[in-house]
Design a protein around this ligand. Structure first.
Ligand SMILES: [Zn+2]
Length: 460
């Protein structure tokens, strides 16, 4: 069993980051680890962080959702944790996957303010509303963790908790309530039936319900003629792409990220350096993108060490990219100025990104080992096709505009607006949180699947 718990911890670990480009929500780690109501178990249990990761996955309908945990330093030596848990926490802290700080206080709220990330809470935090009025004014930015059926769900602030009887199939988003056609056969989790249109700007536009976007552009309308040597290339993309949109039943907009605050935008525009050379947050050897400094009396400071951090220049441009396969986001990664990324079936460099795990036979035959390269040029994300079969760009200046497509073959394209990149039908790369209509036939897999004790509790 110890072995399985280790595996679960490893799985959870892959979903933690303090890179503000990659993260999708921020949480006080100890608060959820001590949230006994989640499973009725030990007073503190690190596996509960996995429940938060799962809840975030279901909320975003994103099997690769990334969480930014903040933890008080004293928790690393908390006696009520197992030695294994303390060891894991220490490793996560050293790797910069969680943020360690002497006093948590309003730090998670501050990160949410600076970055625009949703804030996950166990209970409301009105005591911080003086410094951060949006806690009251924009309650949708606060996602409350609610125990449900042995796991947890996230409920945007100001909303009633989701129904708990498992029979009433309602989707509660914003102020509107939408009945969902009962699934066939009914599944255990109502969230799996939710269809979400993620919306990164945090605009407070009314929640719109859009029915079945079935009318995809006919293939013939495309301006791009099939290129010599690959006569069927374009049709192979667009014909099936049209079918894919035909499955979409309902589209909702749901809060995913707000605009960073003014201070936050200014802080995230710069690269910072902590005086402690080995600092996991702002040290010289950090391998992933930076977090955002803590403001101490108007001075940007290291959240770990407390001292002022030094401005060492502009922060290199970076974009989060999601791999979306069969309408479900599977993994998120960062493309930065210093680190272009190759995506394909089986890239040679382990630092690059493989989509091989999600491909059926035809897709695997189509997608090259190194299909495209993503890099940053002049602050924009640029995709270069390096494949034999080409790549399809779906061009959209806004989420609602009708798509145009362009086939890319051994050349580059500068992504803009809501453009996305299709390697093969159903295998798409989407920038940031720019996912469009999504229907989920299967729920994102739980990171806790290998944890026998938790799994047993999930059943009852
Ligand atoms: Zn530091």
């Amino acid at each position: 069993m110890r072995f399985e718990v280790s595996r679960v911890m490893d799985t959870i670990e892959q979903r933690l980051t303090t890179d503000v480009t990659l993260a999708q929500a921020v949480v006080d780690l100890a608060e959820v680890a001590r949230f006994v109501a989640l499973d009725g178990g030990r007073p503190i249990n690190l596996l509960r962080l996995g429940m938060v990761v799962d809840a975030l996955s279901r909320y975003l309908i994103d099997a690769g959702a990334m969480l930014y945990p903040v933890v008080g330093r004293e928790v690393l030596s908390e006696a009520a944790l197992t030695s294994k848990e303390r060891m894991v926490l220490g490793r996560w802290a050293d790797d910069g996957l969680i943020e360690v700080t002497p006093v948590v206080a309003d730090r998670p709220v501050e990160i949410a303010d600076f970055t625009g990330l949703p804030l996950i809470v166990v209970r409301d935090v009105p005591q911080f509303a003086t410094r951060f009025p949006w806690l009251v004014e924009s309650p949708e930015r606060v996602l409350r963790l609610v125990p449900r059926a042995g796991g947890a769900v996230l409920t945007p602030g100001g909303e009633p908790p989701p129904p708990n009887d498992g029979k009433e199939r309602l989707v509660v988003v914003g102020k509107a309530t939408l009945p969902i056609i009962p699934p066939d056969p009914p599944t255990a989790a109502a969230e799996a039936e939710e269809v979400v249109d993620t919306e990164p700007t945090g605009e407070t536009e009314p929640e719109t319900e859009v029915e079945a976007k079935v009318e995809a552009e006919p293939v013939e309308k495309s301006e791009e003629a099939p290129k010599g040597g690959q006569p069927d290339g374009l049709q192979s993309f667009t014909a099936r792409g049209a079918q894919r949109f035909g499955r979409t039943r309902v589209v909702r907009r749901r809060f995913t990220r707000a605009e960073p605050s003014g201070v936050g935008a200014a802080l995230m525009a710069r690269e910072w350096r902590c005086g402690e050379p080995d600092c996991p947050a702002f040290g010289r050897f950090r391998r992933i993108g930076q977090p955002v400094p803590r403001m101490r009396a108007g001075v940007p400071a290291c959240p770990r060490h407390g001292e002022a951090v030094k401005d060492v220049g502009p922060r290199p441009a970076a974009f989060a990219v999601a791999i979306v396969v069969e309408d479900l986001a599977r993994r998120r990664f960062v493309v930065s100025q210093d680190h272009p990324i190759v995506v394909g079936r089986e890239p040679a460099d382990p630092e690059d990104v493989s989509v091989g795990a999600w491909l059926h036979e035809a897709a695997a035959a189509w997608i090259a080992k190194e299909h495209i390269k993503l890099a940053i040029d002049d602050g924009k994300l640029v995709v270069t096709d390096t494949s034999d079969n080409g790549t399809l760009i779906w061009k959209r200046s806004t989420p609602d505009i009708k798509e145009e497509t362009e086939r890319l073959y051994r050349k580059s394209y500068r992504l803009d607006g809501w453009d996305s990149v299709e390697l093969y039908t159903g295998v798409e790369l989407v920038v940031g949180d720019h996912r469009l209509q999504t229907i989920v036939g299967s729920e994102p897999a739980s990171v806790l699947l290998d944890a026998p004790t938790v799994a047993l509790r999930l059943v009852d």
